[in-house]
Write a protein of this length. Sequence first.
Length: 578
Amino acid sequence: MSQGDFILQMPPISRSRLQVITGENHPDRSQRRRGGITRLTVDVPSAPAPGESRPPRWRSPEFFLYYAVFLAVVPWMIYLPVQLSSNTHPNYSLYRHRLKSGWFPGTEIDNSDAQYRSFRLNLPALGVLMAAFFALKFAYMHPVLRGSAPAHYLHRVPFYILVSLLMLVVLHGASIIKILFILSVNYALAKATGGTRLAVPATWLFNCGVLIANEWCEGYAFETLHPSFAFLDAWRGVYPRWHISFNITMLRLVSFGIDHHWACSRVGVTDPGSTMTYKQRAAFHHSRTTYTFGNYLAYALYAPLYIAGPIITFNDFMWQLIQPTEIAPRATARYALRFLISLLTMETLIHVMHVVAIKDARAWTGMTPAQLSLLGFWNLIFVWLKLLLPWRFFRLWALVDGLDPPENMIRCMANNYSPFGFWRSWHRSYNLWIVRYLYVPLGGAHRLVATSLLIFTFVALWHDLSPRLLAWGWLAALFILPEVIARRAFPQSTFGEVWWYRHLCAAGGVFNILLMMGANLVGFVLGMDGARYFANELSSSWDGIRFLFVACACLFVGVQIMFEYREEELRRGIQRRC
């Protein structure tokens, strides 16, 4: 997945040694059982003060050349898919049935992706649900806070439980019984095994077993228990496929079980101080009386994050109820504006580029290698946006409620050159969850290859029990190896000051980008057959080879810009580990 929080970065930036006080992050299990706090020394990027990093290159002759390339190439990258989406294109008739009339004057809209279409069509209903949540919250809180307001949010727990149960009844109908049964068994298992060697394997086996059973049995049917229960199957709710969204809930169940086990073993941060970062809040173990069934239900079914996340650990959730995080209203308003801008960007994209419809209809006959490549690229941009929008909507809901879950997308998809950095900035809350509950316990960097393979296998099967996603997971794990080998062969500490090192790193970044795009085209866009056709078109003609060479040169320019952008972040004191 990623090397967690302590991964070496490819661009030549200044580094420092950092000693991190941690408990659960140490691979030595004997020290975990003793509850000892261990000291781990790791290399992390430093955040130097302005002037400590290298002088800016933005006005150097080299970068003026890069700007010229940008001015020529980026408009062409936009023009080409727009031209492919024109109703005068020869392939238009192959996919026109997938288009609808758009709300931009005189345009058609490509709303053919089922996942984004569901979010887009239900956005007004989600807005009503969000408004109802805060209306009910006001009605509940008014009598509760008639006196002096408490310094904590624990009085909200009954409200969260009640509203979440009402929401589940509306969403899933009678299937709420199945959900509550699974939650109850997981809670009983956590309480029975907490503090013992059985806790972690029992938590994982039960929850993975539930995921597989959910998929195979398609959410189960009451009629299979007894014909007299068949009437419950008719009470389906507005979103009957509860088992699809349960993948997110499963992560919260694992979080509660393992956090409770580590609390019983007294593993984690014990002296939080006045303020805590996200990682400290996640590692902080509460008293065992905090891990109650009521708090567990409020966490597992928390309405703003129930449907799609972002994912927050149980420890962090409870800490923010006990010691509320101060969220400035202005920051929340800016975040809402960012969501609206992202939504408008997506609306513009699906009006002027019909890349999803073209891809789904396989209407790529006669396309040049350049057209095929940009069709794949803009499909990846679409995937990034269609995930970013619901995640930002639900995080905005939580922020308005006073809770601060992790941001899932912290960089644009097109602003990545490292597989490690890419996975840390794509679905970041899931990445943090993976690091805490899988990567470090499995051995982390000490067993990087084996751990990455196991993690990507889990991630692929967690998304969907399909060969295509499994192939994507294995490819993603395999494509990490070149960067690992390059870092060991050309360490920054040895070659960082050599003039050619930055350019060598940029060439490596180009190679990484090609591998990452290939893996994601297989997993989320074209599938194995489409990716095979795409690769064949690139490599079977001189036009394809020539385009690939030009594309690599353009990517090289882009990676150089990314390097300098990260240097600029360091000059401004922005600490981003990807």
